[in-house]
Ligand binder design. Structure first.
Ligand SMILES: Cc1ncc(C[n+]2csc(CCOP(=O)(O)OP(=O)(O)O)c2C)c(N)n1
Length: 551
């Protein structure tokens, strides 16, 4: 047992005082001092993972769902490199992670010692702050310093632009301290943090000042750090149609228009319903027709609202970047009622087209629709990049009590979806679901280990269409000599056997009714296997788009 163990124990104690409640660990020898401290600390749940890549994505899910920073540790070498995908997603999606990598001390670097790589600034510009911790004696002075370091790590991760921070810890032997031999020293009375950094004040935004006169406006809402639950009220009060991606948590209320993705495929509708002003809140929605429409609007004032003033403008159309909290917006002057009524009339017709086209069939769109109708208000759906995120955007209805929807849409990777969905489970009161494709499941199949090892209850809805269905909609699908093997990449996996291997329940409903009937149950993790054909899915999309685009 060394001074290092005392210092790490003080550091972890300080993380707890600063609001950290969960930590992810993975096995190793070099990281043992940090793993021991996290696993033995009061007030921290240590979630153990075999694979660091899974651990990173699990931590991401935990942090997204809890709204708290999550600590994560791993051993030296490629273990630390395996956290990179989750660190990058956390940076893009602005999620606070505190990454604590174990490293060899300086005398063992660059001299052929085992499991040693250059870990200095390993994650490059993806972290808000990097710090090489060094080795220190556990004097009162250094205990004070390490407590302040922990506060700073949390403050940087939860700062104006939240994101990951990286602390690299050179650790010398002995790496093990017996239970009860480490004292947690220092610390302010009453479990106060050593340093409190006031969070940035939420800024109000006055849309009345920005818009000025009564105008035909629309509000466009995408993924945000927290559900944009105030927007439906704001949109209703000014009569602006609310075009809200389910990821925004705002597809709700009297002004919401559910089927904008379909409506804006009709060029005439898009032209005739061009607004005079656009208020954009959060990330841009995924919908290609909506993005294209926003990009084409000429002479229309577009205002981007973001608490951190983030640039969400790939087409350079934003005229005003309003740094404001979406919860503190004063509405613009109301538009005339005929404006919203025109959108609603079209939305109702589009809902009819969706109903006719889906026709109660067990299809990818049908499954997405059932989830949108049936998931309870306290449920969370973790939705994969690729088609699942687009399916729900296309067919989810407007609901007064929508379930929470999360996704890894910062960097749009298909990796880590299972692990992130599992990370949501321990911090959610309601049931948790994942919706993903077969390639995404194959990518993170190791994430299934969390079900049994951590005793979690996740309902995985697998849309198994034999490869990456999204590519069937792209020009690459025409390159038939290479397409199937190199791009669509059907995996040929036996998912029932995979479920058995990981000790999770397996169901294969034969109809949407059977699917609906099992959605409510949950006591353990289960895989709901929906078999579908890529060609049939593509045809259904084409039918839907053609009908929506009108004669
Ligand atoms: C980590 C990562 N690798 C590759 C891609 C490119 N990619 C986008 S979608 C996709 C295929 C996904 O297939 P599947 O999960 O079966 O979903 P589907 O397209 O059928 O909805 C791939 C490989 C990505 N987004 N992220």
């Amino acid at each position: 047992m060394t001074d290092t163990h005392h210092l790490i124990a003080a550091f972890v104690d300080e993380l707890v005082r600063c609001g950290v409640r969960d930590a992810c660990t993975s096995p190793g020898s070099r990281c043992a001092p940090i793993v021991l401290a996290l696993a033995r600390a009061d007030g921290v749940r240590a979630h153990s993972h075999v694979d660091e890549r899974c651990a990173g994505f699990y931590a991401l899910g935990l942090a997204k769902a809890s709204g708290r920073p999550v600590a994560i540790t791993c051993t030296s070498g490629t273990a630390a490199a395996n956290l990179a995908p989750a660190v990058i997603e956390a940076s893009e999606a602005r999620v606070p992670l505190i990454v604590l990598t174990a490293d060899r001390p300086p005398e063992l670097r660059d001299v052929g010692a085992g499991q040693t790589i250059d870990q200095i600034k390993l994650y490059g510009s993806a972290v808000r702050w990097f710090f090489e911790v060094g080795n220190h004696e556990a004097s009162d002075e250094r205990v004070r310093w390490i407590r302040e370091l922990a506060c700073r790590a949390v403050a940087e991760a939860c700062g104006e632009k939240p994101g990951p921070v990286h602390l690299n810890w050179p650790l010398r032997e002995p790496l093990v301290a017996a239970a009860g031999s480490v004292q947690v020293s220092g610390g302010r009375p009453g479990r106060e943090p050593w340093v409190v950094r006031e969070p940035p004040e939420p800024l109000p935004g006055d849309l009345a000042r920005v818009v000025g006169v009564s105008a035909r406006g629309v509000i466009v809402a995408g993924r945000s750090d927290r559900p944009l639950s105030e927007l439906p009220g704001l949109a209703a009060s000014c009569g602006y149609p609310l075009l809200a991606d389910p990821l925004s948590g705002a597809r709700s209320g009297a002004a919401a228009v559910a089927h904008y993705d379909l409506l804006l495929r009709d060029e005439r509708f898009a032209r005739e319903h061009a607004p005079e002003v656009v208020i954009r809140v959060g990330d841009l929605p995924t919908s290609k027709p909506l993005r294209g429409w926003l990009a084409r609007l000429e002479g229309v004032r577009q205002v981007a609202v973001d608490p951190q003033g983030a640039w969400q403008d790939p087409d350079a159309r934003v005229a005003l970047s309003l740094r404001a909290d979406p919860a503190l917006l004063a509405p613009p002057p109301a538009a005339g009622p005929e404006w919203l009524a025109a959108w609603h009339g079209a939305d109702e017709r589009a809902a009819g087209v969706v109903g006719e086209t889906l026709d109660g069939e067990l299809s990818e769109l049908g499954v997405a629709r059932v989830l949108g109708e049936r998931l309870a208000a306290d449920a969370t759906l973790f939705v994969a990049s690729s088609m699942p995120v687009r399916l729900i955007e296309t067919v989810w209805p407007v609901r007064d009590d929508p379930p929470r929807v999360l996704s890894n849409r910062g960097a749009n990777g298909i990796d880590g979806t299972i692990s992130s969905a599992f990370g949501v489970c321990p911090v959610s009161a309601g049931p948790v679901y994942a919706l993903l494709g077969d390639v995404a499941l194959a990518h993170d199949v190791g994430g299934l280990l969390a079900a049994r090892r951590l005793g979690l209850a996740l309902t995985i809805v697998l849309l198994d269409n034999g490869g990456g269905g999204i590519f069937d909609h792209l020009p690459i699908a025409g390159e038939t000599d290479v397409y199937e093997e190199q791009i669509a990449t059907p995996t040929g996996l036996d998912f029932a056997a995979i479920a058995r291997a990981y000790g999770i329940d397996y169901l294969a409903p034969a109809s949407l009714e059977e699917l609906s009937a099992v959605l409510g149950e949950r006591s353990s993790t289960r895989l709901i296997h929906i078999r579908c054909e890529r060609a049939a899915t593509r045809d259904m999309h084409l039918r839907l788009w053609q009908r929506a685009a009108g004669p």
